[in-house]
Each structure stands twice: as C-alpha cells, then as structure tokens.
Design a protein around this ligand. Structure first.
Ligand code: S3P
Length: 440
C-alpha cells in the first residue's frame, strides 16, 4: 500500500501514542516464567508484540485477552485492553509443535533464544525476509559460551535458529556492542544457568529487562557498566500498566518541532532515561520540550508538550547513540530543517536494523532535496533545506515509513510513502492519527 502525504502542514492536538513495544515483549515473556498469574494492562498490539504473543502460546502459555474496549486507565495511555498470563514458572514451558515465527521482530527472536537455550526441549525460531537477514552471531556466541546448543544458517549467523535445550552455566561476558537485545538474551538464559551471569556493557542500553526482573523479585547487582544476575529465585507475577512508547512519540515530537504553527500534547509516555536520548539531542539543538512527570510504579512516565521551534545543527557522538538508537531516523529528519550541520557518528548499528536505515534515509531524504552525506557509521546533514515531492522507499521498515511521513509534513508538496502498511509493526493506527492531527 502506498500513502500520499501532503506537505505544508502543522500538527495540532493530543495524541495517545501506542503502548511500549519493548516493555510489552518483556512482560509477555517474563510473566510466562513467573509462578502465578500476571496482568498486562495496555499491551502493545503492534505486529511485533503479536509475534511474541503467538510464540508464547505455542510454548504452552495461556494468555487470555480482555477486549480492547475496556475502559481507559489513569495516566494517559489506555483503553487498549489487558492480557491475563498464566505463568508456568521457570520450568513449565512445553516443546512447541511447530517452528516459532518471530515475524519482523528482532526482540522476539533474540530474547526467546535466551529463554529457549535453557529448556529441556527442541525449538526452531524463524522470521520474515528482513529478520532472516539480521545478524544472530551476537547472541549465538555468548549463548554457546553458556553451554547452549544453538545453531542456524551460516554457522548460526542468520535465522532460522535451531535450539536443543541444554544445561547452562553462568558466564562473565563483555558485550561487543551496547545492545539491549543481546544483554537481555544473556540475562534470560542466566535465569536457567548454574552460577552467576555477569555482563559488562561498553555503554548503557535500555534496561527494561533488568527493571522487570527486579520487580519480579530477581535480585540483580547493577553498576554503571556491570550487571550480575544470581539464578535460583522464582519470579513473582506482576500487574503492569504499559506506558506509551517513547519511540512512537518521537515522530510527533519532531513533527511538532519542524512544522510551523504546531502544538501537540502526548500524555503518558515512558521516559526511561535509557530511551530518551532524543530529548537531550533536541534540547542541544535549541528545542524546549515540556516533560511533566507522572506518578508511576516501575518505569518512569511523563506527559510531553511540544510546539514548533527553530533548531540548530549538532554533533551526535557515538556514546549518545544507544539511548536514541531507534530515534536516529527522525532526528535526521529534524536535522534537514535545522540551521547548520548535524553530524551523526557511531551509528553503524542502524545498518543492521529492520532495513539498512542509514542507506534508506540517505536515499529518501536526498530524493526529497535534503543535503546529506552518508558515512559508514552515520550521516552529515546540512540545513535548513526546503523538502520537495518524492517517492520514498521504506524497504518495509516501520520506522522509515514514519520518519519519511514527518519529512513529508514539512515538505512543499505531496510525498508518496511506499509499503506504508509496515507502520503496524509498532504503530497500528499511525496513518489515521496523522490524518486527524495534520492541519492546514
Ligand atoms: C530493543 C533494542 C534495540 C532496539 C530495538 C528494540 C529491545 O535493539 O533497536 O528496536 O527491545 O531490546 P538492539 O538491542 O539491537 O540495539
């Protein structure tokens, strides 16, 4: 499906962004491993989290759903229904009758590979064309060090992954890249291992797995760079209210900033500091964004308010990248409208996402008239440049489709977004919301 996006718009109104995808994945996986029943309120209904849901069901977990029409919850995001998960304990999953399909979701595949390595049965994980081309050695290497019997195409470098559950031992491992998925896969395997699992990270990455494990009673020792998990505990069930997804909010934040006359309010957005690097970067670009914290249990939540403003170019350092890894595409869009040069370095990981996001951005934004240089690990963007009509190839990547649509709002005339249905991976309803808030 192609979507025509009209330019010269402002965005105005209150937008309830969809529930956090990363937190929903973890809530589904960890509550299945808990002793007792958990409730996940306001779970993400994006296709990625539906992939995790169907994998957990295939592993014998009973998940009942309340209607998405149940009443909205306090604190913003809500009305999206609930899951009741019957936890099976650490050793209650059962061998799936068929291959587990993680769809487009790297988080589903990598986190489940950690859990499945420590089971007493055989399983296979596969995914769509994009996921089957993504790198898996990053989890296969440490999991094998723990004793996992896991293999895959090209010696385990690509899915499908085949896993024969085996006894695991704890390891001390330094992550070569600051990846939350790799860290989480090792921590989840560590729940089934004998002895401590110690992870050293070159830089912090999102810590939703650690927060949820702590909440469920699994003590972790955490310092800036070291995380230690001591196995042997049972996980307590949880009752969790999933906050709005900051990565989805990011598109509206940038749209409001760069489209003159805009003003948006985003209630109930998760503002875990390991996720909100974009706010820091935009503030360095001169933006003033109001962040009003709400009372919350577990993950921090806030209401955000943004109005259009002038921006200046900045230098994004490699150490800034992990806390805005999924927001770099929309930051690049902001940079096309900022005065001066924005240099983004240390972002080579973007080439290993749902698409090669650096190449995809460079092509799409250049076609729209942006002045931009593509580097092996980043982009150099000069602005402000007027954007013009183009046909943007999303390569089936949800974040690229939404980033190009934000650029399209600021463009002079209309832009075609190809394969626009991919937004449903993380943001079902994105196009309808865009239609409702884009004015003028
Ligand atoms: C995620 C971690 C990040 C992010 C992805 C979701 C997670 O990936 O890009 O969208 O939920 O743990 P990496 O761990 O590969 O950086």
């Amino acid at each position: 499906m192609n979507i025509e996006c009209h330019g010269g718009k402002k965005v105005v109104g209150e937008i309830i962004v969809p529930p956090d995808k990363s937190i929903t994945h973890r809530a589904l996986i960890l509550s299945a491993l808990a002793e007792g029943d958990s409730e996940i309120r306001n779970p993400s209904r994006g296709q990625d989290c539906l992939s995790t849901l169907s994998c957990m069901r295939a592993l014998g977990v009973q998940v009942d759903e309340d209607s998405p029409d149940s009443p909205p919850l306090e604190g913003g995001a809500g009305g999206e229904g609930r899951y009741h998960v019957q936890g099976l304990g650490l050793h209650g999953l059962r061998e799936p009758a068929d291959v587990l399909n993680a769809g487009n979701s790297g988080t589903t595949m990598r986190l489940l590979a950690g859990v499945l390595s420590g089971q007493h049965f055989f399983s296979v994980l596969t995914g769509d064309d994009s996921l089957r081309s993504r790198p898996m050695a990053r989890i296969v290497t440490p999991l094998r060090m723990m004793g996992a019997q896991v293999t895959g195409r090209e010696e385990g470098r690509h899915p499908p992954l085949a896993i024969c559950g085996a006894p695991l031992k704890g390891i001390s491992y330094t992550l070569p890249i600051p990846s939350a998925q790799v860290k989480s896969a090792i921590l989840l395997a560590g729940l089934f291992a004998e002895g401590e699992t110690i992870i050293e990270a070159p830089a912090p990455s999102r810590d939703h797995t650690e927060l949820m494990l702590e909440w469920m009673g699994c003590g972790l020792n955490r310092s800036d760079s070291l995380t230690t998990l001591v196995p042997g505990v049972t996980l307590s069930p949880i009752s969790i209210n999933v906050p709005g997804d900051f990565s989805s909010a990011a598109f509206w934040i940038v749209a409001a900033l760069i489209c003159p006359g805009s003003r948006v309010r985003l209630p109930g957005v998760g503002v875990n500091p390991t996720r909100t690097g974009l706010l820091k970067a935009l503030s360095a670009m001169g933006a003033s964004i109001s962040v009003n914290p709400l009372k919350s249990e577990g993950e921090p939540i806030a209401d955000l308010e943004i109005a259009s403003q002038e921006l200046q170019g900045i230098a994004v350092q490699p150490s800034d990248v992990p806390s805005m890894i999924d927001e770099i595409p929309v930051l690049a869009v902001a940079a096309t409208q900022a005065r001066g040069v924005t240099e983004i370095r240390g972002a080579g990981e973007l080439r290993a996402k749902e698409s090669d996001r650096l190449a995809c951005l460079a092509q799409g934004l250049r076609d729209m008239g942006a002045e931009l240089e593509e580097l092996p690990d980043g982009l150099i963007i000069s602005g402000p440049t007027p954007l013009r009509s183009a046909v943007c190839e999303t390569r089936g990547d949800h974040r690229m489709a939404m980033a190009f649509s934000v650029a399209a709002l600021a463009a002079g005339d209309s832009t075609t977004i190809r394969d626009a249905e991919c937004v449903a991976i993380s943001y079902p309803g994105f196009w309808e919301t865009l239609g409702a808030v884009a004015k003028g």
